[in-house]
Design a protein. Structure first.
Length: 167
């Protein structure tokens, strides 16, 4: 499944005489989320659940031209996952949402581990993350997971990836 996030970013500039805000660049992130092919969820609390890859970053200028965008720094990436339920199939209900961290000792219920070229501090195109449980039982059998990505410097604007069936 591929998901596209479009964000408007205010860049430094001046207001014109009519006090109109400057036109904004639009940042478009494209992600792909997939079920982890390595195994099925179990009663363990360290199952690998899904993988998310950054496919593309494009900046659309106010005049309609586009340029390749830069890779977001990992320090601004925030990630949550939700287990969709029969009683709340369209949203993340309380008790079914978890915040992921990058360190097992973070106390977060799920972990995100970078794969690809991991020598820099950026989420570059073609790189991704593996999301797994961290001592909490999120899926003990097949379940539907929604990944929610937000970027701190962009006002926590969120992208909801399509629901991924974890089998």
């Amino acid at each position: 499944m591929i998901c596209v996030l479009s964000l408007n970013i205010v860049l430094a500039g001046c207001l014109d005489q009519n006090l109109q805000p400057p036109e904004r660049d639009r940042v478009i992130y494209t992600f792909e989320g997939v079920d982890d092919p390595g195994g099925s969820p179990s009663n363990a609390t360290n199952d690998v659940l899904v993988k998310v890859e950054l496919i593309d970053v494009i900046i659309e200028k106010p005049d309609g031209t586009t340029v390749n965008g830069g890779a977001p720094d990992w320090t601004i990436v925030h990630l949550n996952i939700c287990r969709m339920t029969d009683t709340h199939p369209d949203n993340c209900s309380s008790g079914n949402a978890w915040t992921c961290g990058i360190d097992a000792s973070s106390g977060r219920s799920c972990l995100m581990e970078e794969y690809g070229a991991t020598s820099d501090a950026e989420w570059s195109i073609g790189e991704g993350i593996v999301i797994s449980e961290n001592q909490d039982q999120i899926c003990h059998s097949a379940c539907d997971i929604q990944v929610v990505i937000s970027f701190q410097e962009l006002g926590h604007e969120q992208v909801y990836l399509p629901v991924i069936n974890v089998t």
